[in-house]
Design a protein around this ligand. Structure first.
Ligand code: NAP
Length: 246
């Protein structure tokens, strides 16, 4: 019997999960919404490191792992790679290609939080689209700056920061309005790739604003690597068929 463990937490993973029959498992860390309308089973929460994942793969008789986590969820990808090697389970991965700058873009790479704060020092109205990390630094906002932080968390902010609790996809009109309202003069972003959150880059381009891009973590290899959910799902369907899955 074949049994797929799909590691998710992204739109790509959810698209694959929607095509998975009941015998298979979609796994989430538990930070976001848990879909209730899938044919496959859904499990939520960490496995307990590499050892925990090895135990899970064996206990649940998993025969293929598909890593469709976010490109910055490097720990989960590394754990999946190590655990699959130990348990001798094949590993596939969806690795969304990074966004590429266009000739007129002013992108400045930053390796970590310290580098980000140095890069934005000359600016007054940064828009952070990095997730929760800036919330831990709200007490460090320099007097010359006012921050807008967009993340998946309701947070009151403070006198120097507004927190926008919003989930993508984001379109051009909405991003233009946000940039206008918050008077954004620099954007801080992960290089997530994909369509859902790239409109902010187009608005920065239109307005000739710099983008500080947090460097992508180095991810481990996989037996098969797909650029997008559609190609992963297509190959997965063929694999399930050829392994007598219905
Ligand atoms: P991470 O640093 O790579 O993982 C931290 C720990 O969370 C892992 O060691 C694992 O715990 C658990 N975990 C992560 N993904 C899991 C999954 N799909 N199923 C079960 N456990 C999981 O990940 P992160 O950056 O905190 O992101 C957490 C989740 O949010 C990921 O699933 C990712 O796809 C999603 N996400 C992340 C980002 C981002 O920017 N990082 C953006 C959008 C969505 P154990 O060691 O206990 O197994």
């Amino acid at each position: 019997m074949t049994r797929v463990l799909l590691l998710g937490g992204t739109g790509d993973a959810l698209a694959i999960a929607r095509g998975l029959p009941a015998a298979h498992v979609y796994s989430l860390a538990g930070l976001g919404r848990v879909p209730a309308d899938l044919a496959c089973s859904v499990r939520v929460g960490g496995f307990g490191g590499i050892d925990g994942l090895v135990r899970y793969l064996r206990a649940e008789a998993i025969t293929l792992v598909v890593d469709a986590t976010h490109p910055y969820a490097a720990q989960m990808s590394r754990h999946a790679h190590a655990a699959c090697a130990i348990a001798r389970v094949p590993l596939w991965a969806v690795r969304r290609p990074a966004w590429q700058p266009q000739p007129s873009d002013d992108w400045r790479e930053a390796a970590d939080w310290q580098a980000i704060t140095a890069r934005i020092e000359p600016f007054r109205r940064p828009l952070f689209t990095l997730g929760r990390e800036p919330l831990a630094h709200l007490d460090e906002i320099p007097p010359s700056q006012y921050w807008t932080v967009r993340c998946l968390e309701a947070h009151p902010g403070n006198e120097r920061a507004t927190i926008v609790d919003a989930r993508g996809p984001f379109d051009l009109a909405g991003e233009r309005a946000l940039f206008d309202d918050a008077r954004i003069d620099v954007v801080i972003s992960k290089n997530s790739g994909g369509r859902a959150t790239e409109a902010k880059l187009a608005v920065a381009r239109e307005r000739r604003l710099p983008v500080v891009m947090l460097a992508r973590p180095v991810l481990p290899g996989a037996g098969r690597i797909f650029d997008d959910a559609a190609s992963a799902l297509d190959t997965l369907r063929h694999w399930l068929e050829s392994n007598s899955e219905t």
